[in-house]
Design a protein. Structure first.
Length: 322
């Protein structure tokens, strides 16, 4: 499921079609899977769980920053913030600052920021969930519209952090419910009916207002919860993939390089356009050329820097982890 979510994210940024987001809300799925895995780790040792997630998340970001920050400084950064703000490239408690030309790369870092905060809050959230299960799932949905109505006095950078956190916290907590087996005790027809109601309501809201789903955080949160709830309740068995060598290798590769692919895929897509313009195009195949160039660049990047994830996971570094 995580491999499928990564593929969907890359496809959506290549071809930003609304049906991709509706058909498989990848961000909600990734946060739900993260919450499920985090619950298991917190039960073993909260401190080690948080430290381990930070160790696996941050080195790949540091490598991106080691390339991007010097490039931004050398090419000119008119509105460069002070050095304290640049420390967000080391510990992304908020979205790290970037120049305008680097925004396609830095703009996707909101996911790492949100993931980091949910990791840090997981020991507390897990205690709250086991004390008041339904209330903990619903609390972010209640707080999100209230937060949007109330003025936020601490600046736009922290405001976006809070909004993203409230949007996806319920999916993260549903991961706890999956790990504890609470979802399996719910009748599937009831789960399916509830999911149909909330997802249809979210879609109706965005269609009525003629906007994309991510532009309405409340609708986005509700839709993601409805999708994730059914997915985690079904828990589809995917063991058959291991019997197919190539499929198993592809899933293993995507999971072993998930952070690298996420961090660098927008850079590859952005560079694909000027490089693709240098190539001959037959007929109306420009989109195909751009896509091929983007995937080629992303494969080269993963091949050259993906081994950082092996070091972060305390594995032997390999160019191709299959």
């Amino acid at each position: 499921m995580r491999a499928a979510a990564i593929v969907r994210v890359v496809l959506y940024h290549m071809f930003p079609a609304a049906w991709l987001g509706l058909g498989f809300p990848a961000m909600g799925v990734m946060f739900a899977l993260g919450g499920s895995l985090m619950a298991r780790s917190v039960d073993r040792s909260p401190t080690r769980a948080v430290r381990g997630r930070l160790r696996r998340l941050l080195p790949a970001l540091w490598l991106l920053g080691a390339v991007l920050v010097p490039a931004m400084l050398l090419l000119g950064w008119d509105d460069r913030p002070g050095w304290p703000a640049l420390l967000l490239w080391l510990l992304p408690l908020a979205e790290p600052p970037a120049t305008q030309w680097a925004e396609p790369v830095s703009g996707i870092l909101w996911y790492l920021v949100t993931y980091l905060w949910l990791v840090l809050l997981s020991p507390l959230l897990l205690k709250l969930y086991r004390h008041a299960r339904v209330a903990t799932v619903l609390a972010p949905l209640v707080l999100l519209p209230l937060y949007q109505l109330a003025p936020w006095p601490f600046g736009d950078r922290s405001a976006s952090v809070v909004e993203d956190l409230l949007t996806f916290a319920a999916c993260w907590v549903l991961g706890f419910a999956h790990r504890d087996g609470d979802l399996r005790r719910l009748p599937f027809p009831l789960v399916l009916a509830g999911s149909a109601v909330v997802t249809a309501g979210a879609v109706g809201w965005v269609v009525r207002h003629h906007v994309d789903l991510p532009e309405r955080p409340v609708a986005y949160a509700v839709y993601s919860i409805g999708f994730v709830l059914v997915l985690l309740r079904l828990t589809p068995k995917l063991d058959f993939l291991t019997r197919h060598r190539r499929a198993d290798a592809a899933v293993r590769l995507l999971n072993s390089r998930a952070v690298t692919i996420y961090l660098w895929h927008n850079a590859a897509i952005t560079l694909a356009f000027p490089l693709g313009d240098l190539l001959p195009v037959l007929g109306g195949g420009a989109d195909l050329v751009y896509t091929a160039v983007a995937l080629w660049l992303l494969a080269l990047i993963v091949l050259h820097v993906g081994w950082v994830e092996d070091l972060a996971a305390r594995r032997r570094p390999r160019l191709v982890p299959t």
